[in-house]
Design a protein around this ligand. Structure first.
Ligand SMILES: [Zn+2]
Ligand SMILES: [Zn+2]
Length: 881
């Protein structure tokens, strides 16, 4: 390889390098997986982003962690598949297209179902999938030839097959149940799509007159309007106060219905009056009571949560909040209102999309997945370790969630999505089939109407780990890559998605969908705040890539992704810092490549290695071992930090500095030093490649070791390079140099000013360090370094600096001791007074309670900074003697 192609440009330009490699890798087919394969399979499926989506930092984090795992596995020689794709995202997409239509003055209902769906597909072709290009810009090593969409043909077959199989096995049924109804979006939602939030509401107590006129029963409610739909009063069977009343009736004050008083063990006798009103059509608990006690359902709302015609005329057409006022007013007039408590804080379910209050509502017949029989096996898989959660504590949340899981409503009153594969004949028979049926399966009648609803988006995404591999067909891909190796995801979709994939995978394919689930936290700003438009602290990953490069974004995300922690702090500063890291590596590589003249990257023989070189190899081996251990445990931040420390500090700041002498030496010395540095750097590039793919590839090319680092071998371990003695000696050198540098900085001694020093070390250490005296002198700017092996004490006027391995003595006259002492003493006094003031503030409960938390945190930080500086001053004063 000629010298010319080895040369690196003076500056690293990610904007020029990244697009080139992103395309070249894909064009050369490096990311394409093969099945069947002799190699060990390694598979990750991308959590499919919404087709309407744009890349946000959460996506960027997930893709960075996945790519890190995938690229490493590929370099380890595994048959590696990272399968990309997108989700059709039922409601989200329908809303976007409806908005487009409204701009043209068109309502989707005028357009009709078929035309509307055509519009959605057209929209998808034109605008959808922007996020795929954004993921490509990150350098994601996906097998783009296998890209899937939840509504493509194969996945649609998987959805229908899953539905029919579960229907035949009794896991899918059609029933009239209460659903979580969003009156704004006018669709049912699953329990996981409902967000429970505390609101300031009211608690109203009122009384029902007994039909026989013998008295009253008091009940309390936060939703007094629902009394219009009461069909019973329930009390606990053992409640003495009401025992005589069970079986009697109360009279509804507005429509005169007689409502039975029933006994049910679900009633808590200690709550309120011990008697509860029962509104089976608008409350899940009441619905359950009504099922047991055979109370009828009385639906009082239409789909928009307005009072319907089932109740007294005076309330008809009122919205639910107006109805609340009106009913309360009427009860008051009838002297039935007993008490009003306001505000009354209680939890209310809200729609995860539009934030309207959820209405428990009977919306006609809907389809459900029965979870009894599915959830037990899914729970067992986590308990016996077939699925492992990282961090492990999520296992418990997962199990608890499954324990409380109720049947899953999968009908959605939308047009965009997988239409439910169920058909009804005029006689009410239901035909469920994979292919559109020609006739009713019961009466053979040809007149069939398909269910108008579509399936919950999560119904198709729960099949993602196997539908994308060709299921229900028995494909090579499925046999090779199922179960997937790892799933990487944020904790916010652990239940919505992860748990359901485990249930469906076990039930439909017969095995867990993945072995490991890695759960990461939310990306927040540097102060731990959620990123939001209103706070103005949103970091746009594409903007960051434009500014600093994808490598910088990836490295800063990986470095922040500490294990077990929920939140991941990210700032533009940290991304800029990662860009500087890329530049540092680039500059180091220029230096090494400038001296490296061999064609092969090979270590010089052991007998020609210097002590410093043995140290560098030993530290490098430690780095490889630590990175492997960290990535095996999914500790991404640790892996990033270990490489950062090694490259920045050990390789650049010490290794290169120490080796500079040899690089300027004779031909053999120069060639040996360059070869060793090249060997270490080349391997470290491979180690860093999974996190920073671009800059590592661009530099690695110059070593002439193969076509691409992305398919190079992962660095092997060299246990024989571990050298404890060399590490001890170089650590001593580092300590002495650092101590002198710190002394210079502290006393403002000019960097060019050279002076002698004496170093006192234990005898055998001194013997090993002495040959490096010249290096120490150069690194610390000394002139005349003497070693003393016995405690010699301080000579007149000397300043002593303690290091852990001994003492460094520095000569008098480098600075004005008296002026320095006076300056430090003054600074100390001022600082001390300030610290007392800040601590007083923090000791004041009023301040701590009333000031905004970030102000309090700021003061705490200030106090700790001051205390630190005080300790420093004290150490400096002690040094002055
Ligand atoms: Zn909604
Ligand atoms: Zn029929």
């Amino acid at each position: 390889m000629s010298e010319r192609t080895r040369e690196l440009s003076p500056r690293y330009e990610p904007g020029a390098v990244e697009p080139h490699w992103a395309k070249a890798w894909v064009d050369r087919g490096y990311f394409h997986a093969t099945s069947p394969s002799e190699r060990e399979p390694y598979c990750i499926v991308i959590p499919p982003p919404n087709v309407t989506g744009r890349l946000h930092v959460g996506h960027a984090l997930g893709r960075t962690l996945e790519d890190t795992l995938i690229r490493r596995a590929r370099m380890q020689g595994k048959e590696t598949l990272w399968l990309p794709g997108m989700d059709h995202a039922g409601i989200a997409t329908q809303v976007v297209v409806e908005r487009e239509l409204r701009k043209e003055g068109i309502d989707r209902r005028e357009l009709g179902r078929e035309a509307f769906i055509e519009r959605v597909w057209a929209w998808k072709e034109q605008y959808g999938g922007e996020i795929v290009d954004q993921i490509k810009r990150m350098g994601a090593s996906c097998d783009w030839e296998r890209q899937r969409f939840t509504m493509d043909e194969g996945l649609s077959l998987a959805v229908r097959t899953a539905f029919v199989r579960w229907y035949e096995q009794g896991f899918i049924y059609r029933g009239e149940r209460l659903v979580n109804w969003c009156p704004t979006d006018q669709t049912g939602l699953s329990d996981s799509e409902v967000e429970h939030e505390e609101v300031d509401g009211e608690l109203v107590t009122f009384r029902y007159p007994l039909s026989d006129g013998s008295g009253f029963v008091e009940v309390a409610t936060t939703r007094v309007e629902t009394m219009l739909g009461d069909t019973g009063i329930a009390v606990h069977p053992n409640d003495e106060r009401y025992r005589a009343l069970v079986g009697k009736t109360v009279r509804h004050p507005f429509d005169g219905r007689d409502i039975p008083i029933v006994a049910d063990a679900a009633v808590d006798p200690a709550f309120g009056t011990g008697a509860v009103k029962v509104t089976p059509a608008h409350d899940q608990t009441d619905f359950d009571i009504a099922q047991r006690t055979r109370l009828p359902l009385l639906n009082i709302f239409d789909a928009g949560a307005r009072i319907n015609a089932n109740v007294a005329e005076e309330f008809y057409g009122l919205g639910r909040y107006d109805a609340r006022e009106a009913v309360r007013e009427e009860l008051h007039k009838l002297e039935l209102l007993v008490r009003e408590e306001r505000p009354f804080r209680h939890a209310v379910g809200h729609c995860y999309r539009c934030h309207s209050e959820i209405e428990p509502w009977v919306s006609g017949l809907q389809w459900f997945v029965k979870v009894e029989g599915l959830k037990e096996t899914a729970k067992q898989a986590a308990l016996d370790g077939r699925v492992r959660f990282t961090p492990e504590r999520w296992t418990r949340s997962y199990v608890t969630w499954l324990d409380n899981l109720r049947d899953w409503n999968i009908s959605r009153q939308l047009w965009w999505g997988h239409r439910i594969p169920a058909w009804y004949c005029p006689d009410g028979h239901v035909t469920v089939a994979i292919e559109d049926p020609a006739a009713c399966s019961t009466c053979a009648g040809a007149e069939l109407e398909q269910d108008p609803d579509v399936l919950d988006t999560w119904f198709s995404s729960q099949l993602w780990p196997f539908s994308t591999l060709g299921w229900p067909d028995d494909t090579h891909d499925l046999r090779t890559f199922y179960p997937n190796t790892v799933l990487v995801t944020g904790y916010e979709i652990l239940y919505l998605w992860v748990a359901r994939m485990i249930m469906s995978g076990l039930s439909l394919v017969g095995d867990v969908p993945f072995r490991d689930v890695v759960i990461h936290g939310l990306v927040r700003d540097a102060h731990g705040r959620k990123m939001s438009k209103s706070l103005g602290n949103v970091i746009d990953p594409i903007e960051m890539i434009d500014r600093y490069g994808a490598d910088a974004l990836r490295f800063s995300l990986a470095r922040a992704a500490t294990g077990g922690q929920q939140d991941i702090p990210l700032s533009e500063d940290s991304i800029e810092g990662a860009r500087n890291f890329a530049n540092k590596i680039w500059n180091a590589a220029r230096l090494v490549l400038g001296a490296f003249e061999d064609d092969r990257v090979e270590l010089p023989p052991a007998e020609r290695r210097t002590l410093a070189e043995r140290w560098l190899l030993s530290r490098h081996q430690a780095c490889v071992a630590e990175v492997d251990a960290a990535l095996d445990a999914y500790l991404f931040a640790d892996a990033a930090q270990v490489i950062f420390r090694f490259l920045w500090s050990e390789f650049c700041d010490w290794g290169l500095e120490i080796e500079k002498g040899r690089l300027d030496g004779g031909p053999q010395e120069r060639s040996d030093a360059a070869a060793l540095l090249a060997w270490v750097l080349e391997r470290t590039l491979r180690l860093l490649h999974p996190i920073m793919p671009f800059v590592t590839e661009e530099i690695w090319q110059r070593f002439g070791q193969g076509a691409s680092i992305s398919v190079a071998a992962w660095p092997e371990h060299h246990a024989e390079h571990v050298d404890v003695d060399a590490e001890g000696v170089i650590e001593a050198v580092q300590e002495v140099v650092t101590a002198v540098r710190r002394f210079r900085a502290r006393h403002q001694v000019a960097p060019g000013r050279r002076f002698p020093a004496r170093v006192e070390l234990a005898r055998d250490l001194a013997q090993s360090v002495e040959p490096l005296a010249g290096r120490i002198e150069r690194l610390a700017g000394l002139e005349g370094l003497t070693f003393v092996d016995a405690p010699s004490g301080k000579l007149a006027g000397e300043t002593t600096v303690a290091v852990t391995v001994g003492v460094v003595y520095l000569p008098p006259g480098l600075f004005d001791v008296e002026a320095e002492r006076a300056r430090l003493t003054k600074e100390r006094a001022a600082l001390d007074a300030d610290l007392v003031r800040v601590r007083g503030k923090l000791g004041n409960d009023g301040f701590v309670a009333k000031a905004p938390p970030e102000v309090v945190a700021g003061e705490r930080e200030k106090a700790s900074r001051m205390a630190q500086r005080l300790a420093e001053i004290d150490a400096q004063l002690a040094e002055l003697g």
